[in-house]
Design a protein around this ligand. Structure first.
Ligand code: ZN
Length: 151
C-alpha cells in the first residue's frame, strides 16, 4: 500500500495553529514543488464548519497568491482542521506562517468573498463570511507557529 506522509503524522502530538512542510519533491528535470500543511485548528478538538472552510478556501485562494509566489493549489483538508497548499520551489516555513497571518488579518477586514455565484462556485449557497472571520480571529489570537511540535 502507498505510504501517505500526512497519515504518518502523529496528530495527537501537533499543536495548532501551525504551518509545516508535508513534502518536498524534485523531478528529473530539477523542478521542485512543496506541499504545505496549513493547520488552523487542533486535530480532533475543533473543526471548521463547512461554510467557514468554504469561504476561507475562496479567500485564501486569492489572498495567499498575493503573498507567495508559485502557488499551484490550496485545498481544504477533509477533516476541516486546515488546508493543504502546493507551491513551486522551496519556501521557508517562517515566511509561509507570516504570509498566512497577514492573509487572515485581511480576512477580518474584508466585506467581500470572491467567486460566490453559481457560475464560479460548485456550492455558492454554502458560504459564511461571519464564520470565516470568527475562526480567523481564533487562529490569530492563538498565533500561527512554524513549529508544529513546540511546547
Ligand atoms: Zn466554492
Amino acid at each position: 500500500m502507498a505510504k501517505v506522509e500526512s497519515f504518518q503524522l502523529d496528530h495527537t502530538k501537533v499543536k495548532a495553529p501551525y504551518v509545516r512542510i508535508a513534502g518536498t519533491e524534485r523531478n528529473a528535470l530539477g523542478s521542485t514543488i512543496q506541499k504545505y500543511d496549513l493547520r488552523l485548528l487542533q486535530p480532533n478538538v475543533d473543526a471548521l464548519p463547512t461554510a467557514a472552510v468554504h469561504t476561507l478556501e475562496h479567500l485564501l485562494a486569492t489572498y495567499l497568491r498575493d503573498e507567495l509566489t508559485g502557488i499551484i493549489d490550496i485545498s481544504p483538508m477533509g477533516c476541516r482542521t486546515g488546508f493543504y497548499m502546493i507551491i513551486w520551489d522551496e519556501h521557508d516555513p517562517a515566511d509561509v506562517a507570516a504570509a498566512l497571518t497577514k492573509v487572515l488579518h485581511k480576512v477580518l477586514e474584508t466585506e467581500h468573498v470572491p467567486a460566490v455565484s453559481a457560475l464560479e462556485c460548485g456550492n455558492y449557497k454554502d458560504h459564511s463570511l461571519f464564520s470565516a472571520q470568527e475562526y480567523a480571529r481564533i487562529v490569530l489570537e492563538a498565533g500561527i507557529s512554524d513549529d508544529p511540535f513546540r511546547d
